[in-house]
Design a protein around this ligand. Sequence first.
Ligand code: PEP
Length: 252
Amino acid sequence: MRKPFIAANWKMNKILKEAVEFTDDFKLYVKDVKDVDILVCVPFTLLSGMKKEIEGTNIKLGAQNLYYEDFGAYTGEISAPMIKEFAEYVLIGHSDRRAFFNETNQILNKKIKKALEHGLKVIYCIGEVIEERKQGKTKQVIETQLREGLANINDLSNIAIAYEPVWAISRGDPDIPAATPQAAQEVHSFIREMIGTLYGKETSQQLRILYGGSMKPSNVKELMAQEDIDGGLVGGASLKADSFAEIVNFRK
Ligand code: PEP
């Protein structure tokens, strides 16, 4: 009932020439895919070029961040209306933003509201760091990230959640293991339960919850077989057209 959703997060990678090369190959590899939503979240500098590249394809475009004001004296920032000119989606709350740019749940809440106000679809990223997991605080952290990040947001129809245990994110190291499918499923099911408590059963059943953290061609099938895993947010393995296409084509 929930359509699988596989999203790339390129982070701070690729210049336009590389993005075009990727897309020329990738669009051929996935041209027949109809039963999976495919998204590529790119640096701001690639939005304009990528919009042209993906026109007429089954690939959707997203940004990786925004600022929560519409315009003004915020040097270096990019607003929701600016993104909306090019892209349909935006990632909010990625652990890189939380860790390196001090983005709190309160700031992220403002960003999500602003994105929705301008008709952008949001992937809200949540997940615990290793110390929190070791202390048995995973569910507590997830609950707070959901309650505070989604505070006063009544409609989740344009939001997907990405559960990304920070300890499983590769950060360029292909040897970092993903969460086991069982460990990921346990948290995904908790997230759905929490959303059920906050928004009701129907919303919780419709919400797509993506897994992120070292997803790759070799583990995508097992992860996607879990009841509450509806997709993936893919970092390292999304940088090459063939490996990202293999993930998108996980059913083959
Ligand atoms: C990410 O940072 O969103 C991510 C999932 O990265 P990776 O797939 O490389 O672990």
